[in-house]
Unconditional design. Structure first.
Length: 220
């Protein structure tokens, strides 16, 4: 006998964590509007948008509303928000433009390759790291505290560079804050490089398997 399959008519786009994601986009967009001339409003909106990044995942698990669309929406929002800030910083600090361009490229490429390799290898989520893979990625994606501190510290470093443009003066507190967040930012870029290496190895391994299967099929 065939079991009856109950089809639940749900609107994925109206899931609570996805509504939080849309709110993040609106707040980030408003922060970009105020970015050139109103740093206080810009930083407030930008930071709220970033803090909500820690809320949507918990909301998804609490309400049992995890979705592939939500995961991609979250990642794309993160990447675009950070990229827009780095674009502004490249205009503000033109002598460091090539560094900001490198950071944007590294951020996009590492996360795209990581998500694609996770998807093509059959993983249900890009945050599920196999024990055979990098220990650094396991800690980064499985420990929510580490993930929050790394992402938050990375964003805060860029935000401090933005605020510094308007304040123009450095004191001991500025040096301490920049040193701490700058170290976190460096560690975050190290994780991005590991993501690229790990994803490249995964894709190459899948290519080898596919080619081996193809050769066997041709012989048969």
């Amino acid at each position: 006998m065939k079991k009856d399959m109950t089809v639940v008519d749900e609107n994925i786009f109206l899931f609570i964590p996805n509504l939080i994601g849309y709110t993040r986009i609106i707040l980030a967009s408003l922060s970009l509007y105020y970015m050139p001339f109103h740093p206080k409003v810009c930083v407030s909106l930008y930071c709220i948008s970033c803090l909500l990044d820690a809320v949507d995942g918990n909301a998804a698990r609490y309400f049992n509303q995890c979705s592939k669309f939500g995961a991609v929406l979250d990642m794309v929002t993160d990447r675009c928000t950070t990229t827009c800030l780095l674009c502004f910083l490249s205009l503000t600090y033109p002598e460091w433009t090539i560094l900001f361009q490198f950071l944007i490229s590294l951020d996009f490429s590492s996360h795209y390759m990581h998500m694609y390799s996770s998807m093509i290898s059959g993983s249900s989520s890009h945050k599920k790291i196999d024990k055979k893979q990098s220990w650094f990625l396991q800690i980064y994606y499985t420990n929510n505290i580490v993930l929050f501190l790394m992402c938050g510290g990375n964003e805060l470093f860029f935000v401090l560079l933005y605020v510094l443009h308007f304040s123009g003066t450095l004191n001991m507190y500025w040096y301490i804050a920049l040193a701490i967040t700058g170290t976190v930012c460096f560690a975050k870029q190290f994780i991005n490089i590991i993501q690229i290496v790990n994803a490249s190895k995964t894709l190459a391994s899948i290519d080898k398997e596919d080619r081996a299967k193809s050769l066997i099929e041709k012989k048969n």
